[in-house]
Design a protein around this ligand. Structure first.
Ligand SMILES: Nc1ncnc2c1ncn2[C@@H]1O[C@H](COP(=O)(O)OP(=O)(O)O)[C@@H](O)[C@H]1O
Ligand SMILES: [Mg+2]
Length: 342
């Protein structure tokens, strides 16, 4: 029936604009550990990302925090398909891209970009800044004629708060903060809807960090961008995030709005991360309770049984040592994986 076909087509078209911009479902990224020189044998598996699910809305910033090694970068790289997911779904703009080949990813990459942590290592030192910023336009065949290409580069450079004549200079002539702005201009070149920002201010001086975070926020407002904003501590994501996901050993242990999370962190690990964030008031800072977290992050090679956080948790019970708590939905759209909040 033609009517049904039309309705279905309309529904499919609508699906790409309705619903979340990105939906990650039970994403797993496992790395084999190989041994042997001539014949390699898999001797173990690093479960870097081990069942991660979340959604990200249009124009939203989702902060992704957790200690070093918990799987944040691997999550980001898998979404960008710079790493192959072991399993799970990655639905971006209504399309599951988890198993896309290079050719199909090429089209998607126009809408899905990345800003890296290291503003020194991520820019080609032999290229002029203008060509670094404009390269995605050339690669995707949308550079246009020389005048259009130059104009677009000037526009992008201005957008990130630099001067257009800087296009003729080389990366080494710039400070860390300026280089990060160049990286952002490059990420913006193809008009993405989502930028994955992997610790984009961690390598910068604290005095510069706020400026770059503010730039991200201004650009979001002007361009309607969404960010997955990765950081290893909560102080950086507080300002910029609408919602925050807390990761521990390959899993999300808590996800909530920024205000819910700061007002009432539920997971003991979130509470511990929160205790590590300095309070700007020196009197409060001096009187607040000592940090409750102890011990090192266990290896992703051998995650502890039961709740992965139990060896470091001050509230662990017998159940926590044997039963793995699922990420359960709570009221107000938040979710937590903890037996204390069953
Ligand atoms: N290519 C790889 N091969 C093997 N193990 C890896 C690889 N990349 C990351 N890992 C391991 O996966 C875990 C998560 O790493 P990563 O995602 O970089 O964490 P984060 O970004 O949170 O610091 C770590 O244990 C790391 O050693
Ligand atoms: Mg990382």
């Amino acid at each position: 029936m033609p009517d049904t076909v039309t309705t279905q087509a309309a529904a499919t078209a609508a699906d790409t604009t309705a619903g979340p911009l990105l939906r990650v479902e039970d994403l797993k990224v496992h790395f084999p550990v190989l041994k042997g020189v001539v014949v390699q044998k898999q001797v173990a598996t690093v479960k870097a990302v081990d069942g991660v699910s979340f959604t990200l809305n249009r124009g939203e910033t989702l902060g992704l925090v957790g200690e070093s090694g918990c799987g944040k970068s691997t999550t980001g790289l898998a979404i960008l398909r710079m790493l192959k997911p072991t399993s799970g779904r990655i639905v971006f703009e209504g399309e599951d891209i988890a198993r896309h080949d290079k050719g199909r990813m090429r089209r998607v990459r126009q809408r899905l970009q990345m800003v890296y942590q290291d503003p020194y290592g991520s820019l080609d030192p032999r290229m002029k800044v203008g060509d670094i910023v404009g390269e995605p336009l050339v690669v995707h065949g949308v550079a246009g004629d020389k005048a259009a290409y130059r104009a677009r580069i000037a526009e992008l450079i201005r957008l990130v708060g630099l001067l257009p004549d800087m296009a003729e200079r080389y990366p080494h002539e710039f400070s860390g903060g300026q280089r990060q702005r160049i990286g952002i201009a490059r990420a913006l070149a193809l008009n993405p809807s989502l930028i994955i920002c992997d610790e984009p201010v961690s390598a910068l001086d604290v005095s510069i960090q706020a400026q770059v975070v503010n730039l991200f926020m201004e650009l979001q407002e002007r361009l309607g961008l969404a960010y997955l904003f990765i950081a290893h501590d909560l102080s950086v994501v507080r300002h910029i995030s609408n919602r925050i996901a807390v990761m521990y050993l390959g899993r999300i242990v808590e996800i909530a709005t920024r205000d819910q999370l700061y007002k009432e962190p539920l997971h003991p690990y979130t509470q511990a991360l929160m205790a590590a964030v300095p309070i700007p008031d020196p009197v409060l800072e001096a009187t607040r309770p000592q940090q409750i977290i102890t011990g090192e992050v266990p290896s992703a090679l051998r995650p502890p049984p039961g709740c992965r956080f139990h060896p470091r948790c001050p509230h662990a019970t017998a159940t926590c040592k044997t039963e793995d708590p699922p990420l359960r939905d709570r009221s107000g759209g938040r979710a937590v994986a903890c037996h204390l909040h069953a």
